[in-house]
Design a protein around this ligand. Structure first.
Ligand SMILES: NC(=O)c1ccc[n+]([C@@H]2O[C@H](COP(=O)([O-])OP(=O)(O)OC[C@H]3O[C@@H](n4cnc5c(N)ncnc54)[C@H](OP(=O)(O)O)[C@@H]3O)[C@@H](O)[C@H]2O)c1
Length: 273
């Protein structure tokens, strides 16, 4: 069977590609820039822009299932052309669709829910890889993490587990009409994550808890826009219950336990050294 992965050059998409290849499936990958895609040999790379359905050409032809992102563009704007995309999927005879979602459903999810396709919405909580984005420089250069809300709990999920669920759902089917929240196996406080990361890299990492005002000032100093700062304050300061409530979905769907943050930290230790 052939599967199309959108967002295939992104954090989760690359792993969906890897999981499908491991399951010995044919993989087609969509990207706006095939020359830069750098995907494994054997993957059929096709150019196209989800923000412009006219460019999607024959990307869906002969495809059993599609893994979709629900945004288009580097600012993660919600996908506006969901209706046309769902029409193209139906015309091409695509059977199954997974959608990488977030905290709230966008227009694509609404259109899909009303369609005849076998759709499954995947709503991961915070990715473990966010720590790479936010913490790696602080750990590498100063040996300290500066953040507000040190006692905040999060049931962070390993990106590989999101991908494993997507691949299982696409290849095996039987998950149509479901919305899956995806979490890791435990809810950890920020300070506990710092400890586990320190253990993985073999070095004690300091944690300096910032006030909200200090965090705003620091992020503004990094050149972050007001909108991003507000998003972060809200995401860290008001993590919704779903973000720290462990659910067994990864294990139920994949048949193996969700990966822990300690495992993630060991796999990624080199990036923090
Ligand atoms: N980080 C978190 O904690 C978290 C938690 C829950 C949910 N999420 C959700 O996860 C998603 C981000 O996933 P990610 O981190 O894997 O993404 P990412 O690493 O930022 O990669 C973005 C991907 O989107 C593709 N893309 C962007 N605009 C496109 C367009 N117009 N047409 C086709 N492809 C396009 C890019 O492909 P090309 O550049 O190759 O075209 C790239 O592969 C967001 O929806 C976010 O809400 C994130």
């Amino acid at each position: 069977m052939t599967f199309l992965v959108t967002g295939a050059t992104g954090t989760v998409g690359r792993l969906v590609v890897a999981e499908l290849l491991e399951a010995r499936q044919q993989v087609r990958a969509l990207t706006r820039n095939p020359a830069k895609a750098d995907l494994p040999a054997g993957v059929e790379v096709v150019g196209g822009d989800l923000g412009d359905p006219g460019t999607l050409g024959r990307a869906f032809d002969g495809v059993t299932g599609v893994h979709l992102i629900n945004f288009a563009g580097d600012d993660y704007a919600p996908l506006r052309h969901g209706e046309q995309i769902v029409e193209l999927l139906a015309e091409a005879g695509v059977k199954r669709v997974t959608v990488l979602g977030g905290r709230v459903d966008g227009p694509l999810e609404t259109v899909l829910a009303a369609s005849e396709l076998e759709w499954t919405l995947l709503n991961p909580v915070e990715f473990m890889s966010n720590t790479l984005k936010w913490w790696a420089d602080g750990v590498r250069y100063q040996g300290v993490i500066r953040e507000p809300f040190g006692g905040r709990l999060s049931a962070m999920v390993h990106e590989r587990d999101i991908a494993a669920v997507a691949a299982k759902v696409l290849v095996e089917g039987g998950h149509g009409g479901r919305t899956y929240t995806l979490t890791g196996p435990e809810a950890l406080r920020t300070t506990e994550k710092v400890e586990r990361l320190g253990a993985a890299i073999g070095k004690e990492i300091g944690f300096e808890e910032l006030t909200e005002a200090q965090a705003r000032e620091m992020w503004a100093g990094f050149g972050m826009g007001q909108e991003t700062i507000e998003f972060l304050i809200d995401a860290l300061g008001n993590t919704p219950e779903v973000g720290y409530t462990v659910v067994p979905t990864v294990e139920e769907v994949t048949g193996r336990p969700a990966r822990s943050f300690a495992e993630w930290a060991r796999e990624n230790a080199e990036s923090f050294r």
